[in-house]
Design a binder for this molecule. Structure first.
Ligand code: NAD
Length: 363
């Protein structure tokens, strides 16, 4: 099996290098091949997603992605900006399911904006549909209103839509993920107001009939936003559409307090996926050995679990990360009084040491 490695820009290269060291010590004998993406690819080939990179991503069984982007590319035309590489990969590879776990490690509860007792031990998974909904629905645009409150005025409009197969496939992803966890799915909708989400609710309920061992709960999105900050530990798997998922997954991310800890996966129909940290390329700290590589290392664990059928190796990585945190080692973004502050590479060293059973002395 082959893993495509796309480090990208900014801290992308530093954090992916640490994840690769972790992969190496696991000795799983996967083939890896690295390619340029984002700003780095634009500099070398004039495009953020060159043909060769796309071909490699298409041929691979999984993709480990760092991050792309830099403020210096902000003036480029939109199609050539580094961030277009991600959109291109999602589209070309049919990555329709975005999985974002929000896990609050007991040692990091202070980093959350919520009270420690609300988040200690938090472990929820948000599954966001990624290729449909109001973000992609046609028609959309600007025009002169012919009706509504102000006929004759300039107006803008978008189209919210979901087809049955789109809802069915994301519902299957959610129920199957729940089977690997605590067997509870919360489907988030706005069925009380939107036709699209009444349909969503109906189809999710139908698919649920195939998963009698999984509990299904429906929740309106406004209530879900409230419950996420009131009692986040009541959730196991949350499944929702593209726009609600966009908002709720960022809200859930903040429950854990640090973006440097959050992995993510985007999957296609065959569970082939692109795995990346939830954060960006952090140009402000790039090249300074300050970035937290744990989100990328945990993305590698997700890859092993969801795409490469190596759940035991994934468990080992997650346990090693726990051990490093328990030993009091922290990068700057998660540092607090009484813990030891270390850099990107030393954090990689520590995870490798935890995996190989060596002492975790930062280098
Ligand atoms: P960002 O996530 O890169 O950074 C936000 C803040 O979090 C910064 O202060 C940064 O230093 C910090 N941070 C991020 N990751 C960290 C880590 N691993 N360890 C420690 N601190 C970390 O978001 P931004 O600053 O809004 O965007 C910077 C660039 O990244 C932009 O060009 C943006 O378009 C791009 N971006 C890319 C992706 C992606 O590749 N998937 C996602 C978001 C943003």
């Amino acid at each position: 099996m082959k893993i495509a490695i796309l480090p990208g820009d900014g801290i992308g290269t530093e954090i992916v290098a640490q994840a690769l060291r972790v992969l190496e010590v696991l000795d799983l004998r996967f083939e890896t091949e690295t390619a340029l993406v984002g700003g780095a690819a634009y500099e070398a080939h004039g495009h953020p997603l060159p043909e060769g990179t796309l071909k490699l991503a298409q041929a691979a069984d999984a993709i480990l992605f760092g991050a792309v982007g830099d403020w210096k590319y902000d003036k480029l035309e939109r199609a050539l900006r580094p961030e277009q590489a991600i959109l291109g990969l999602r589209k070309q590879l049919g990555l329709f399911a975005n999985l974002r776990p929000a896990l609050c490690y007991p040692q990091l509860t202070h980093a959350s904006s919520l009270k420690p007792e609300l988040v200690a031990g938090l472990d929820l998974l948000i599954i966001r549909e990624l290729t449909g909904d109001i973000y992609f629905g046609q028609p959309r645009g600007r025009r002169t209103a012919v009706d509504g409150h102000f006929p004759g005025a300039e107006e803008a409009f978008d189209t919210m839509r979901y087809s049955r197969p789109e809802i069915e496939r994301i519902a299957h992803v959610a129920f199957q993920a729940a089977r690997r966890r605590h067997r509870k799915v919360t489907s988030v909708d706005k069925a009380n107001v939107l036709e699209t989400f009444q349909f969503w609710k109906d189809v999710v309920t139908e698919v649920h009939a195939q998963y009698p061992d999984v509990e299904l709960q429906h929740m309106y999105v406004d209530n879900a936003a409230m419950q996420l900050v009131k009692a986040p530990k009541a959730f196991d798997v949350v499944v929702t559409g593209n726009m609600f998922g966009d908002i709720l997954s960022d809200e859930a991310a903040m429950l854990t307090g640090s973006i440097g800890m959050l992995p993510s996966a985007s999957l296609d129909r065959q569970n082939k996926g692109l795995y990346e940290p939830s954060h960006g390329s952090a140009p402000d700290i790039a090249g300074k050995d300050l970035a937290n590589p744990l989100a990328t290392i945990l993305s590698l664990a997700m890859m092993l679990r969801y795409s490469l059928d190596q759940a035991a190796a994934a468990d080992r990585i997650e346990a090693a990360v726990q051990a490093v945190l328990a030993a009091g080692l922290r990068t700057a973004d998660i540092w607090s009084e009484g813990t030891t502050r270390i850099g990107t590479r030393a954090m990689g060293d520590a995870v490798v040491a935890a995996l190989t059973g060596k002492a975790m002395t930062p280098s």
